[in-house]
Design a protein around this ligand. Structure first.
Ligand code: ZN
Length: 241
């Protein structure tokens, strides 16, 4: 089974469209998304529609929950909160129902799981900031490989003889006991690379590759200004942070 894994999209339609067109050459069997479909960006409705076109399996992120009122945005910075309020006012009832129906975790064929933040308590949307945090998620996994998002920084925790982490975009997972892999972000990368990030995983060869796609960051940034969202949310896209 060949998977495409989409990192945090954040209503950046220009970035998602570039990834969708890259996927036309990837011959994947299944498209999955680690959530945070909305928030920060200017085109939440278009992103939801494109994910539905792709028949993507999507899990809920904290911004998705905040946009439907399921999570108080008390820990959001003022810009993120402004974007959530704008998003909530922009989406239709039907689009919000789609967000509300997203599960917190998805499992595929006993080989792959997808979650936004941590595996052991996905509804808390905690960040994985240490080996200790990673080990708690790895111990809670029910499949050998789990893909996640949330931090917008691609990196992988892999257990073979011991728990290690790697920033390598290419991983051979044969012989590994477990792997917890953050696939970065499509719509708001924070690893100082403005290109959209998505990943391909082939469960037969157990080969993982993180890919980057250039798109019109200027256009996404201009859209953010055009709809009246804080300009800083567009400016950070140009820097990838
Ligand atoms: Zn996010």
């Amino acid at each position: 089974m060949r998977y495409a894994i989409l990192g945090d999209i954040h209503a950046n339609f220009q970035a998602l469209e570039a990834v969708a067109s890259a996927l036309e050459d990837e011959a994947v069997d299944r498209v999955v998304s680690v959530g945070d479909v909305v928030g920060y960006g200017a085109d939440p409705a278009l992103c939801i529609a494109l994910l539905r076109d792709l028949k993507a399996s999507v899990v809920a992120g904290n911004h998705d929950w905040a946009a439907i009122g399921r999570l108080e945005p008390e820990f959001f910075n003022p810009y993120a909160r402004a974007a959530i309020e704008w998003t909530a006012a922009t989406l239709t009832t039907e689009e919000k129902a789609w967000l509300a129906a997203l599960p917190l975790v998805a499992h595929f064929d006993n080989e792959v799981s997808v979650v936004h933040a941590t595996v052991e308590s996905p509804e808390r949307f905690d960040y994985i900031q240490s080996y200790y945090d990673a080990a708690r998620s790895l111990n809670a996994m029910s499949t050998p490989v789990c893909f996640s998002g949330h931090s917008h920084v691609p990196l992988a925790f892999v257990v073979r003889d011991a728990l290690t982490f790697t920033l390598s975009p290419v991983l051979d997972l044969k012989g590994s006991f477990r792997a917890l892999i953050n696939v970065g972000s499509i719509g708001q990368p924070r690893d100082e690379n403005p290109k959209a990030a998505y990943a391909i995983y082939d469960s037969t060869s157990q080969a993982y590759t993180l890919k980057r796609v250039a798109y019109s960051v200027q256009e996404a940034s201009a859209r953010i200004r055009a709809v009246g969202l804080p300009a800083v949310l567009g400016e950070r896209l140009l820097l990838g942070r």
